[in-house]
Design a protein. Structure first.
Length: 322
């Protein structure tokens, strides 16, 4: 951070417009990071378009500045900041904006990051990418407005699972406390993140939980949701993303896996692990990535075929565990 913060500031200092890009299927970490940068830089005269591959999940309606996402097209030649993305393809429909930019600042905390930026601020011990953005803003001695502080607090709260995941560090807790002192609204962020889910999401989760499979003495728990199941419950595919956290609550469990049918030939897979399995390494087997305890992937296969392919590997791994 000490080495890269001045270099990254030179990128901003020399440009009137800086583009902030999130990863596709945006979550709180990528959106909060991008919005915090915009809300902090604009009071000092910078223009910061925020781009996120559509559709932007409605679940993040409570983030300050969310209404500005995809409202402003960046002029050609602006430096691009991309957040929480292991490679440029994660930008989705905005991948060309990243790959064609002359300067790309890659800010991330994934162990699978491909170091694809002109400048790569990739620190894998950070609980969230927003934590890195916060450290950058502090290094630059910039005033962090309350809205930006709330966005950064949301990155930490969401990526630590409400301070329940293994990545909850002393640094993350200190950063969260400092952000509250700067004006972050922990009540609104917690309510938006954990207490504002539509009833359709609960109905969808009920369908998943009813169909769960328990193997290896409950050490492997897996489930799936089809497009028909989503339609019947009135839920959208992005609402299924949080269901993996319910699967990840079984005592003695080592792996939780959720398969989500996106289309006839596309399945998304979420993986959570405890102690003996590296979720990121397992996801990388199928071209995915993420963190040691939380990872994901996409397979260009029908739901049932994706289940069979992934579970064949998973069961072999489970057989090898002590």
């Amino acid at each position: 951070m000490a080495e890269l913060a001045p270099r990254i500031w030179q990128v901003i200092d020399n440009a009137p417009v800086v583009t902030a890009v999130t990863h596709k299927d945006a979550d709180g970490d990528t959106l909060g990071s991008a919005l915090a940068l915009a809300l902090t830089l604009e009071p000092i005269g910078k223009s910061v378009p925020v781009l996120s591959s559509p559709p932007v999940p409605a679940a993040w309606w409570f983030l300050p500045g969310i209404e500005r996402v995809n409202r402003q097209a960046p002029p050609a030649g602006t430096p691009v900041f991309i957040f929480d993305s292991s490679d440029a393809s994660r930008a989705g429909s905005y991948e060309p904006v990243v790959t064609q930019a002359r300067v790309v600042v890659n800010v991330d905390h994934h162990v699978t990051n491909a170091q694809f930026g002109t400048i790569n601020l990739v620190l894998t011990d950070a609980a969230s990418t927003g934590e890195l953005v916060y450290d950058l803003l502090k290094a630059w001695k910039l005033h962090i407005p309350a809205g930006a502080a709330s966005c950064l607090y949301a990155t930490i709260l969401s990526d630590t699972g409400g301070f329940r995941h293994d990545n909850t560090s002393a640094h993350a807790l200190r950063a969260a406390a400092e952000l509250v002192q700067l004006g972050a609204d922990p009540v609104t962020i917690a309510r938006g993140l954990f207490k504002s889910r539509p009833a359709s999401g609960l109905r969808m989760q009920g369908r998943i939980l009813q169909g769960l499979h328990y193997e290896f003495g409950d050490r492997l728990v897996w489930g799936s949701i089809s497009q028909a199941g989503l339609r019947d419950s009135g839920a959208s595919t992005d609402q299924a993303d949080s269901a993996i956290d319910q699967l990840n609550t079984v005592r003695g469990q080592e792996l939780a896996i959720l398969f989500k049918e996106v289309g006839p030939q596309l399945t998304k897979v979420s993986i959570r692990s405890r102690d003996q399995v590296d979720a990121a390494e397992l996801a990388a087997t199928f071209g995915g990535g993420g963190h040691r305890r939380a990872a994901g992937l996409e397979l260009a296969l029908p739901l049932k075929d994706a289940e069979a392919k992934v579970l064949a590997v998973v069961r072999a791994r489970m057989n090898d565990l002590k």
